[in-house]
Design a binder for this molecule. Sequence first.
Ligand SMILES: Cc1ncc(COP(=O)(O)O)c(C=O)c1O
Length: 454
Amino acid sequence: MKKNNFSRRQFVGTVSVGSIAAIASGSIPTFGNISHKMNETANLAILGGEPVIKSKVWPAWPYVDEKMIEEITKTARSGVWCRIQSATGTVATFEKEYAKLMGTKFALGTGSGTQALNTCVEALGIGPGDEVITSPYTDMGTISSIITSRALPVMADLDPESFQLDPREVERRITQNTKAIMPIHIMGQPCNMERIMAIAKKHNLRVIEDACQAHLGVYQGKVLGTIGDVGCFSFQTSKTISCGEGGGIIGNNEELMEKCYTVQNHGTSRKGRSETIGAKYRMNEFEGAILLAQLAGAKERFALRNKNAAYLTSKLKNFPGLTPQKLYEGTESGSFYLYTMTYHKEHFNNATRDQFLKALSAEGISMSGYIANGLHKEPWVDHIVNLKVYQKMYSPARLKQYLDELACPKCDQVCADMVMLWASGPLLGTQEDMDDIIKAIMKVYDNRDKLNKI
Ligand SMILES: Cc1ncc(COP(=O)(O)O)c(C=O)c1O
């Protein structure tokens, strides 16, 4: 990124002839098609001025309605609280409905996204001595699902514009012990699955899609979670389909999905034989009831988040201060679990991200950073390399190389520069709400010379 403080004149130079009339009338379409009044004279709210938004009430999340309360009550009264009490209970019904929604033959509920991922790791026979390549820019549940099975999570660095795994970095990290790739569709948008699947095919690796944030997104005509061998979802409260804590696995391979069932049922198959290693990861009937009720409006909310995200992105087109998350070619839609952007301080008079966020918050729009530290920098790394089982299963040379290659500078950069807007809530608002978000950003931008006073 060129270090440059663009002047308003330079921006105006980028807009169409049709916008000149608007400029003359005082409504200045400076960036792409952003239209806003000049705000330099309006004092920043954090410095005592009037905020852009005085009292915004965003749509509440998690979504709750009377039907959902009824279904929970019905489940409570039924006494069927555990999935193994009924083959037609809420969990079994949710699994059928979720598979239908995703377009897969099978779906399986679990108690969390982490449990879903670990179930797949176990069902694919991945364990001590094996390596799984994944991203450090994720929830700890991703890493936990690998180390719970005492396999080695190998960190590959990111594409800093999409915040997703860089396929070139993935390929560089393959060793003779690599068994799988665990790509994460971060923020709910697709990662570069075309390249990742090609690498997996070339090296004969399994692919476990971490679609924990990515319900209903579509890439090259395929629903996220259906591209790899299996796809895993989280239904934790903040997710775009949620039940407090919950998870799910989707897939088309019957044998593998049956193995997943057995693993998440403490190693006991549907036939009642105790066959393998597995923790007890079952989804319960209350979670099933909430999820069934959530599914009702999930597609509409998904469409609304996509519409609002596209609107925000169109408004930020050509604005150099914030760059929305890059979406790969082939992205037809994303879950927009989060709406994220890279903050370019050089276009905000070198104000820190924190100064920008504080000023924006005072204007009535709350944004924040996301993951403070890439997971390659967290203490679990030292913990596992010092464990006897890792020292037995991985040679001293491999563990040394593992530590030496842990640096992910692009991930560090993303952690430092990314800003996010919660999508369940704000992105379920109206177009007017989206305009308010843009207005607040532009007011802060127009007053960037004062940000160092914060
Ligand atoms: C990308 C990603 N992977 C895995 C998980 C783990 O899911 P859960 O919290 O349901 O265990 C999450 C949840 O935040 C996530 O965002």
